[in-house]
Ligand binder design. Structure first.
Ligand code: ZN
Length: 110
């Protein structure tokens, strides 16, 4: 095809004219993966809250832009929530153990 701006012959699949840089109006079939979705997915394993925030923002961005990475963002969100729930459960169990142990101490000293 020919660029509608400068008239040079350019690749039919080109989204942008390499000669003048003007958009050809073609939406490229290969869409970018949302970077935040991958960041959120990776963070969800180490920092649940940061991973959850990144994943939620990434899902919003992907819905608006049509980028790839929705499965990453969803997985990151689920992993973050699961690990946060597990953390809360672990804290509750720890507190229960401490409480039971602490409440049994006075009997040894009576
Ligand atoms: Zn051009």
């Amino acid at each position: 095809m020919y660029c509608k701006n400068c008239g040079n012959e350019i690749d039919d699949r080109a989204a942008v004219c390499p000669k003048c840089g003007v958009s050809t109006g073609i939406v490229t079939a290969v869409q970018n993966t949302n970077v935040l979705a991958i960041v959120g997915f990776v963070l969800s394993f180490f920092m649940s809250i940061a991973g959850l925030v990144c994943s939620i923002i990434a899902r919003k961005q992907i819905r608006e832009s049509g980028e790839k990475g929705m499965s990453f963002a969803t997985a990151g969100m689920i992993i973050s929530i699961v690990s946060m729930v597990l953390s809360v459960v672990a804290v509750i169990i720890s507190l229960l153990i401490v409480f039971v142990f602490a409440s049994s101490i006075p009997y040894y000293y009576q």
